[in-house]
Design a protein around this ligand. Structure first.
Ligand code: AHG
Ligand code: MN
Ligand code: MN
Length: 334
């Protein structure tokens, strides 16, 4: 790219194209990006910043919280609460919704996030990230949890920031997927790729194979067919990757294709899956669709799932379109 385009300029230009992003939404995305820069700094300092290790507490989902889970959550809340662009926030690390305090003006958007995705990788210096989703608050006074319970097809912006060898922000506002890399000297995100595309076919799958004995039959069938390679029904060899940070696995898929599965399994049969619908599957599902891929729970499009609660879980199959359609087709239709 001959001319450097900053995130700010990209958003201004998106705003000009049929007034596509209102100014409040532009501000919101800029504030989220700024917060991610702060999180990136903390991640980079690691042990020197005293940010590694457990916080000694549990979140509402019964998971042990790492110090960085809490730090990242605080950075996002503090950055976003005063700007006047938001009515409320919801996070993996907060039990209920966070209503913008009434000392600040109330905006018309709702921000949902997984402040730190891939927590088990923090202490081993492996790529982690922040995932976010933006919804419009329905008309009416006040903010309630009900206002957040909208299907993913109502998102107005979604993205993630990856803290890896580079810090990279990937974003959609419904006009394709754009990728920005943080230039630390300049302190700004710079556009490095517009209109990311996921190839429709792939030879690479991502799933936690250690759970194979717990999966349902359609997922076992799909993976066994991949493992059979050249001599099996697929007639080609497959490669496997599993980073255990959804954000990093999805980034690889957006970059070079692949399929990612975190399916329902028998360990906790009453839970639809491990990953959370509203701040993991929905934003990632929309990004993947915007890049030409597909995202389902085995039965329906993830973005059409009507959430019943904030921390709802969902089975996730996403990535290269033809592979996602194949696994989804292996599931019974009733
Ligand atoms: P989080 O760190 O936000 O709780 O999410 C971790 C998720 C996801 O990022 C990843 O794909 C998955 O957990 C890994 O799970 P396993 O350890 O079961 O493989
Ligand atoms: Mn997560
Ligand atoms: Mn998390």
């Amino acid at each position: 790219m001959s001319q450097r385009i900053s995130l700010t300029r990209y958003l201004v230009e998106q705003q000009r194209v049929d007034g596509h992003i209102p100014s409040q939404l532009r501000l919101l995305i800029e504030v989220v990006a700024r917060a991610c820069k702060g999180i990136s700094q903390a991640v980079n300092k690691g042990a020197l910043g005293g940010v590694l290790g457990s916080a000694g507490s549990e979140n509402v989902q019964g998971e042990m919280q790492k110090k960085l889970d809490i730090i990242a959550n605080e950075v996002l809340v503090e950055a976003n609460e005063w700007g006047g662009h938001l009515a409320g926030m919801a996070s993996e690390e907060m039990d209920g919704i966070y209503v913008v305090p009434n000392r600040y003006p109330q905006g018309e958007y709702l921000l949902l996030f997984d402040p730190l995705d891939g927590s088990s990788n923090i202490d081993v210096n492996v790529t982690i990230g922040t995932i976010f989703s933006v919804l419009k608050k329905p008309e009416g006074p006040g903010v309630s949890e009900q206002d957040f319970l909208q299907p993913g097809n109502r998102q107005v912006a979604a993205g993630y920031c990856l803290y890896g060898p580079q810090t990279t922000l990937v974003l959609t506002v419904g006009d394709g997927v754009a990728m920005f890399t943080l230039d630390r000297e300049q302190g700004s995100f710079v556009l490095v790729q517009e209109h990311m595309r996921i190839p429709e076919d792939t030879r690479e799958f991502a799933i936690n194979m250690s759970n194979m004995r717990h999966w349902a039959a359609p997922v076992v069938r799909y993976v066994q067919e991949c493992l059979a390679g050249q001599d099996g029904p697929r007639g080609k060899d497959f490669n496997m990757r599993w980073i255990a940070s959804m954000v990093a696995d999805v980034h690889r898929i957006l970059t070079r294709g692949g399929i990612f599965l975190y399916p329902w399994d028998k360990r906790e049969p009453d839970k639809p899956g491990k990953l959370r619908l509203m701040y993991e599957a929905n934003p990632m599902g929309w990004l993947v669709e915007q890049a030409g891929g597909a995202a389902t729970n085995g039965k329906q499009r993830i973005l059409d799932v009507q959430p019943a609660k904030l921390h709802e879980r969902v089975s996730v199959i996403l990535g290269s379109r033809n592979e996602v359609e194949r696994v989804t087709g292996y599931h019974p239709t009733v």
